[in-house]
Structures are given as structure tokens and as C-alpha cells.
Design a protein around this ligand. Sequence first.
Ligand code: PLP
Ligand code: TYF
Length: 395
Amino acid sequence: QFSTLTPMPADALLGLMAAYREDMRAEKFDLGVGVYKNDEGETPVMSAVAKAEALILESQTTKVYEGPRGNPDYCAAIEAFVFGEGAAAITEGRTLSFTAPGGCGALFLGTGLMSRMGVKTVWVSNPTWPNHPNVVRFMGLDVAEYPYADPETGELDLAAMMAGIDKAERGDGIIIQGPCHNPTGIDLTVDDWKAVGELVKKKGLFAMLDVAYHGFAKGLDEDVKGVRAFIDAAGEALISYSCSKNFGLYRERAGCFLAVGETAEGIAAASTHVAALARASYSMPPAHGAAIVATILNNAELRAEWEAELTQMRERMISLRKALADALVEKTGSNRLGAVANQNGMFSQLPLSKDGITAMREKSGLYMPNSGRINIAGLNLKDIPTIADIIASEA
Ligand code: PLP
Ligand code: TYF
């Protein structure tokens, strides 16, 4: 019977990864899939993570199910990250949190909850991470797009974004990315977040904030200020949180789904629906990644070690951004690509044609997806002059 199925197109990023691996040239550059890499091009286990794993291995007594919410210590730690330690919403019982299988698992719970609240259409930024529309459609909901970046300046176009959101109907859903927008690296300021939160409230939309790069932009405290300003203005929000990048836990699937509302009763009701969505799909979340995060965040020494390592990763990306932006401005003779220096996190999107991107791959072994998104962490200082030459030749 399987031959009745029409094959699906392959995932473009995964295809690009395979093509890079099979490329036998000595000189090749991988700016494709979004994982953090160090100067050696490796994605090592973070030292605090390895130590936490050793502690867990020593002390664990059972592998029995934890329950649909997963690890309560982990959930509490992520709530403190997102809402603030001891925030009024937490003490008043107006928040919920579920350990989820990665940020993607949290997006699944959030769009599922939107569907149960009667949402029919979910607005996403143009451009956005391709898995956003993918999850929304999988849930049987329609996708609509709001404008985001100004391609001329490489900065946020807040007026266009607000005008786009203004077209949404009461009861629609909207996904807004937290720090380090994928693919552009262009983020909202705290004031922008407040303005968008007020608009979302006025329009009666259900918003989900997708926080996948906490600590990669400016710092752990700085990076959640906008999210909190939005929540203050909008009064309610869903949040999908991922520990894949900031703890380097990709394959462990450590995510968290959170919500904050105006009443404890509303949140209690929402919690039963989230539990039902979890039960019908994976029932219980994976435990190991969440246990690692809880162990690190509840141990002063490990927490300090993790924060230091995260700071080092962030500072590495910031210095690579500056070096690449300087080289691109010099080699193209135009300031346009200088915006890369001011963008945040792991990605920037370069204004390149599909043909140019293919040519760079075939002629020079420089790999990036057709969107022109580059993984900043895939760079290193010694390759930047060569990479800037290759990009400038097609820009
Ligand atoms: N949201 C965005 C914008 C992402 O880039 C990612 C990335 O990897 C995720 C969510 C979730 O990732 P994961 O499911 O691996 O935690
Ligand atoms: O955008 C990226 O490259 C990362 C990794 O289905 C990723 O977010 C890519 C595709 C996918 C899940 C994660």
C-alpha cells in the first residue's frame, strides 16, 4: 500500500548538511544548519552539562515516569527565567509550565492550545523559521504573515510589522520570536515589545513568544526584558522555550511550554488542555535534558560555570559578527552588510540571489541555505577574509 504515498520534498537544511559532508574539497565552509560551533568547528558538550550528567548518574534511583509536566524543578527554573524569580504571576498561580520535547515540542503544545481556544489563523513573521508554518499547518490551522525586517537597512520595520498585525482578526494567533530572530538576527527593542504587546491586547490575539536563544543576544537578564515587557502590556501569553542552544542539549530534547494569564482559574483550565495534548502525543516528556538543566540551575557552582561558558559563546559570536561586517563593508564598498554587526545571535540573512548562493557552493565550497541565512557560529577569524571575498563576489 505504501506506493500510494507521494514522496515529500526533503528538508532543505538537512539536505545541505548531507551535501557538505559529501563535499571532498579540502577548503569548504559550513554556514548552514543552526548549531553553535567553536573555533574548531565543533559542538562540544558544555563542561557544566558533563558535570551535571555525572551527578545525575551517581544519584538516580529510578527511570519511572515523571508525569505529564515532566520535571517540576526544571519547570520552576524556566518559569524564573521567563517571568522573573518570585514574579507576581507565579505566586498568584497565573502561570503554567510543562517540560516539552524540545522547543519544537513546546511549539506543538502552544499551537494545539491555540486550536482548542478556537484559533483558525496563526500569524508568523516574514521571514521566519520554516518550522513555524510547518507546525501551524500540521495542527490544521492557516498561516498568515506579518512584515518584519526592512531588507534595505537590515533593521526591524516596526511600523510595517504593526500595520501587518493590525490586519489580524480578533481571536487569531500570532507567533513572535524572542531574542535572536531566526533567520534575520533582527530583534525588537524593549519599547517595541511593549508596543506590540499593547496592539496584541487591543486586537484580542493569542500570542506565543518563541524563545530559542536565551542568552545568545546580550545576556540572560537583558534577553528576557522584551518578553516581560510584552507580557506586562498584553496581560497574557504562551511561551515556547528551548534549552537546545543555550545548554547545547540539542538531541536531549529539553524544551518547556509556559503560559501566563490574567486569572488562576483560566490558567488551571488551560493546564488541563495542555496535559491532554501531551497525553495524546508523547504522554510524558524526556527526562534527561531537563534533569541536566535543573541540576545546573540549582547548583551555584555549576550555574556559574554554565553562565561563564554561555558568555564566552555569545562573545565569540559578537566578535565574529563585527569582523565579518567590517570585511563585507570593505570588500563590497557598501555599508548595507554592515548591519550584520548589530544583529543578534546565531543568524543573519544576507541579500543574495539563489543563483549566487548556488555559485558560492559549487565554485568555492561555501554552504548556506537558499534563504541566504548564515550561521555566524560557523565562522572563525582566520576564514573571514576568504568568506567575505566569496560573498562579496556574489553580493
Ligand atoms: N524556535 C526557533 C526559532 C528555532 O530556531 C529553534 C531551533 O532550533 C527552535 C524553536 C527549537 O529547537 P528545538 O526543538 O531543537 O529545541
Ligand atoms: O534553523 C536551524 O538551523 C535550527 C536547527 O526541523 C533546526 O533551528 C533545523 C530544522 C529543524 C529543527 C532544528
